[in-house]
Design a binder for this molecule. Sequence first.
Ligand code: NDP
Length: 459
Amino acid sequence: MNFDYDLFVIGGGSGGVRAARIAAGEHGARVGLAEESRMGGTCVIRGCVPKKLMIFASNAPMMADEMRGYGWGDANAHQFDWAAFRNKLDTELNRLEAAYTTNAERAGVEIHRQRAKLVDHHTVSLADGTRFTAKHILIAVGGRPAKIGIPGEELGLISDDLFLLDELPRRALLIGGGFIACEFATILNGLGVQTVQAYRGDAVLRGFDTEAREMATQQLSDIGVDLRLGLAPTRMDKSEGGVTVSFDDGSSEEFDAVFFATGRDPYSWDLGLENTEVRRRKNGAIEVDQWSQTSVPSIFAVGDVTDRVNLTPVAIREGHAFADTIFGGHARKVNHDVVASAVYLRPAELGTIGLTEEQARERGAVDVYSAVFRPMRSMFAGSNSRTMMKLLVDPDTDKVLGCHIFGPEAGEMIQLAAIPITMGATKADFDATMAVHPTAAEELVTMRQPSRRHRPGEA
Ligand code: NDP
């Protein structure tokens, strides 16, 4: 059968664009791609990139504080100019969107700026009614912010909205205790917004190493976020000054803006999947095997819509491996077991890879090398901020099972620590590495004795 394309990609985000570019540019496939919104997807347009720029912007008051501790008595972060920042941000996102578009087009990808749906196992239809056939179809449509099903929740904003505000709210509520809630609380607080964060649990960032979670929870309060633990909203009502939120402890309060950061759902609805035999999990995620192949041989899926490890670099790797496997004659799988990530808080970030201390204990014996200290830079300035470095080591094999860093630039540090850990480094390899002095990261190679040893069966 003759197809219009060798590959049709639905979704112009990180995973879809990488797959399309590699299939067309490196392997000579005829590729079409449909995107209903802006090229670049969540990470570039309404996620990682604008978020990180806002984290930088929100740093100023803390930097001024620190510099006063170094003798710059008049260092001050005066009024933040949101309009000026937003203009620059819009320009930067336009630049990135154009780069994504041109790079894909240069590789030979035909971009259709419309929504696409599946008609059958080899056909897609676009919003204007055009149909294309393709030998392979790749679904890379990502995820969408999820709300929680309380009355009046349509009055609440989602993470996408932060980057589009005409003006910053005076007083904001963030609901949730995950990646987005904690990063957004840090940003808003740093930009001078009175920030309340309501989280139903007892420490933010569930799933991360407990010691690191406790430090992150403490830090949010220390920097001035009004963090309320064990609290969840039950309803929202429009009020004169904004939105009045009622909570499960019987209290209610008014805010100018309320943001839901309560997880993301795979964006698999209204995609024509009912016309195919593609199987989905209960939460809507598209089921795939280790080759990113769905239950239909001609249809593949990568990125957040598959809900494996929901991070941009993982989607990119999945898209690239798919293109190499199907069009490059080079079968490649993605290892989802060891993936480093970072949560961009301030002043300390949280960088993590591998098992948490709790997971390592469940697995068996583990030696914990952990150092908690006041880093030179902020201590001199008079701050009590603490940094933590932790290595989890299997006492039988000496292999490093996990690493957790809570401190300034932990994202950068964990990226470098991720190389030896992915390679299977032992504690002896870390010990054999000469320290770089004076740095905070040198603790990773100078921790001689375990702080504690856990053995199976102990209380
Ligand atoms: P998360 O899954 O990380 O967090 C969701 C939060 O919402 C949790 O604290 C959860 O509480 C809470 N929650 C869920 N349902 C309810 C409810 N019904 N009532 C009250 N609270 C609720 O999702 P995010 O939205 O923060 O982020 C989505 C994804 O985006 C992440 O999984 C991550 O992969 C990605 N991301 C990555 C970043 C990075 O790498 N730096 C940055 C931002 C996002 P509980 O813990 O109790 O379940």
